[in-house]
Design a protein around this ligand. Structure first.
Ligand code: NAD
Length: 411
């Protein structure tokens, strides 16, 4: 069966509607929570050789009911308005689920980040910031890195913002540690994913030590998830990125390959395709690259007991249904990869207080709060006899709806 792209935003809203029904929310509230507060589309002229290429950029602000909007900026050739809406909405549910005082937003530029020079990337980020400065700010909307952007890009964003608005380091998170970043933020998403993988094994009365793990993605999320899984005693038997993948049934030493930019640079006896890795037999599968990679075309071939969603929306709704019918336990993105925005919250509060935490405190807070969110989702899943994704949406939608009503947003 071939996979046809459905609307990613419609897929998120299907979960919002389901949670609304379980919570008996008014239909108007569900409607409001299924639309975005503000959507800005910009054009970004980029000098390339003698000519100019015009790129399209986005900032979608989904909700500010629980606080300033928060969300990353993605540079990827497939970025479009529907994707950005879906990701902005997921940020609203993620920040509510882990109970940090933010709403949801997302940004992006439709461009292949791997084909940009560093100067071009800087030009794009600066232009994106200049065009959107009126809707950004530490109490309005706070960007962060996502696919194709990193700490360096956030430093350029902060610098451009400062030129226009004055000193305000909390205007963006995921900055370099040397420039108002927080030690621990870079690893936070991957660390959270690995902690959730370990908690899931324990919850199902399985040993963490020696459990086999397969990961798609060797970027920010994938490589730290792999590293911390190994530190916790799990065995990462395969990992892939856009250049292909490597397999070692005895366990890959992640520490020794950590500094490689891409996996085609790594020497390995056994290689595998970027997507093929998803169907390997393992205890824990961690998709940590693109959305929609597990869909109707491959869901029946998945050979994992647990899937921990490192990426956003890596599984389509119909594949999610098939996998659960096959008995696969799925820990949803809004819980599994929420360590990133939790870490961003720590960085933001430190910037505002002009006080920095040691790494140990950052990690301790992150682990404790992620564990709290994990326990709560399991409790709600048992209470309503629903799967973990539905339970996570019940918690998140319930909290946002309550804030929305308390604000009197309907008058
Ligand atoms: P990144 O750009 O650092 O890395 C992306 C990785 O995916 C790279 O290793 C790339 O080679 C790989 N990749 C790209 N296309 C691929 C393909 N077709 N097959 C296999 N691998 C492919 O991005 P990231 O920040 O690690 O984000 C990964 C995912 O995690 C995204 O869905 C993102 O939205 C989500 N996420 C990121 C954060 C964060 O803090 N960075 C937080 C929450 C969620």
């Amino acid at each position: 069966m071939t996979h046809t792209k459905t609307s990613a935003f419609a897929e998120v809203n299907e979960k919002v509607a389901q949670a609304g029904e379980i919570l008996s929310l008014k239909s108007g509230i569900v409607k409001a929570l299924s639309s975005c507060e503000r959507e800005v589309v910009i054009s970004i002229p980029l000098r390339r050789g003698d000519d100019v290429e015009v790129l399209t950029g986005y900032r979608v602000q989904h909700s500010s009911a629980r606080g300033p909007r928060k969300g990353g900026i993605r540079f990827h050739q497939d970025v479009d308005l529907d994707d950005v809406r879906a990701l902005a909405s997921l940020m609203t549910w993620k920040t509510a689920l882990i109970d940090v005082p933010f709403g949801g937003a997302k940004g992006g530029v439709a461009v292949d980040a791997s084909k940009l020079t560093s100067i071009e990337k800087e030009e794009i980020i600066r232009r994106w910031t200049r065009s959107l400065v009126h809707v950004l700010g530490h109490h309005r909307d706070i960007p962060a890195p996502d696919m194709g952007t990193d700490a360096k890009s956030m430093a350029w964003l902060m610098d451009e913002f400062h030129r226009l608005e004055g000193f305000q380091p909390a205007c963006v998170t995921g900055k370099p540690v040397e420039l108002f970043g927080a030690p621990g933020r870079e690893e936070a998403t991957g660390r959270g994913v690995a902690m959730i993988a370990a908690a899931t094994l324990k919850e199902n009365k399985l040993k963490v030590e020696g459990a086999t793990v397969v990961i798609q993605g060797f970027g920010n999320v994938g490589r730290y998830a792999a590293l911390v899984c190994q530190e916790l005693g799990m065995k990462v038997i395969a990992i892939s990125d856009v250049s292909g993948g490597i397999v070692d049934k005895k366990g890959i030493d992640i520490q020794s390959i950590f500094s490689f930019k891409t996996l085609d640079e790594v020497k390995a006896d056994e290689r595998i395709g970027s997507a093929e890795v998803l169907t390997l037999e393992c205890d824990v599968l961690i998709p940590a690259a693109l959305g929609g990679v597990i869909n109707d075309s491959n869901s029946s071939k998945i050979n994992a007991r647990f899937i921990i969603e490192g990426a956003n929306q890596p599984i389509t709704i119909s594949a999610d249904r098939d996998l659960r019918a096959q008995g696969v336990v799925i820990v949803p993105d809004i819980l599994a990869n929420s360590g990133g925005v939790m870490g961003s919250y720590f960085e933001w509060t430190q910037n505002i207080q002009e006080f920095s935490w040691p790494l140990e405190k950052f990690r301790r807070e992150l682990d404790t709060r992620m564990e709290g969110a994990f326990i709560n989702v399991h409790k709600v899943s048992k209470k309503h006899s629903v799967d973990l994704r539905t339970a996570a949406f019940i918690v998140a939608v319930g909290r946002v709806a309550e804030a929305f009503e308390l604000r009197g947003s309907l008058v």
